[in-house]
Design a protein around this ligand. Structure first.
Ligand code: NI
Length: 202
């Protein structure tokens, strides 16, 4: 990913929007009970294909805490760094990590076939789920999470994909609980996830 100011701007806007939303919810003491998802403008249903070629929807992740991150396997820097950070955080969490599924959603479905995802995720551990799909399926889930991504042509006929870089935490009912940026340290993420899971907040 090329870290242009455009990406940083989009990421800042996304984070600002999310922060505003979370502050608003806190200020209004909005209940996070049944039906709360109707007032949430971020996230929602999706239908994709996992790294084993099996169809997966958002409902397949219900019952577990999910860390959702969008990127692509050819990403030279931010994606592997962020996935490695998540892997370290899970290792630092101890037993509660067993309730967390890290999910990597490709924004480069043209190159990221299930088998490419499978090979790529092997280096980050067996707990990782990779998701890809048709360009339309990927566009749908990216839009639901306000994820920006755009192809950038590179010399030699290849391309990179600029994309926003935000980690989304979903509760066991599939609702967005909070977001982390890609500068989050593994120890901080581990500590925060353990606190959120222990509180049962969602
Ligand atoms: Ni990336």
């Amino acid at each position: 990913m090329q870290r242009t100011s455009a990406i940083l701007l989009v990421a800042a806007l996304v984070l600002a929007g999310l922060s505003g939303w979370l502050l608003w919810r806190t200020a209004n003491n909005a209940p996070l009970g049944p039906g709360a998802e109707q007032s949430v403008s971020l996230g929602g249903p999706f239908a994709l294909i996992d790294q084993n070629g099996r169809p997966k929807t958002d409902r397949d992740f219900h019952g577990r805490w999910t860390l959702l991150y969008f990127g692509y396997t050819y990403c030279p820097d931010v994606c592997p760094t962020t996935l490695a950070m998540i892997e370290k955080a899970l290792a630092k969490m101890g037993p509660p990590a067993q309730a967390v599924t890290p999910v990597f959603v490709s924004v480069d479905p043209e190159r990221d076939t299930p088998s490419v995802l499978k090979a790529y995720l092997k280096s980050f551990g067996p707990q990782f789920v990779g998701l890809t799909g048709s360009p339309a399926q990927v566009a749908q889930v990216a839009k639901a999470y306000r994820v920006y991504y755009a192809k950038q042509t590179l010399p030699g006929g290849t391309y990179a994909v600029e994309h926003s870089s935000v980690i989304y935490l979903l509760d066991p009912k599939g609702r967005l609980v909070k977001v982390y940026d890609d500068q989050t340290q593994s120890a901080d993420l581990a500590k925060d996830l353990n606190a959120v899971i222990a509180s049962g907040a969602g």
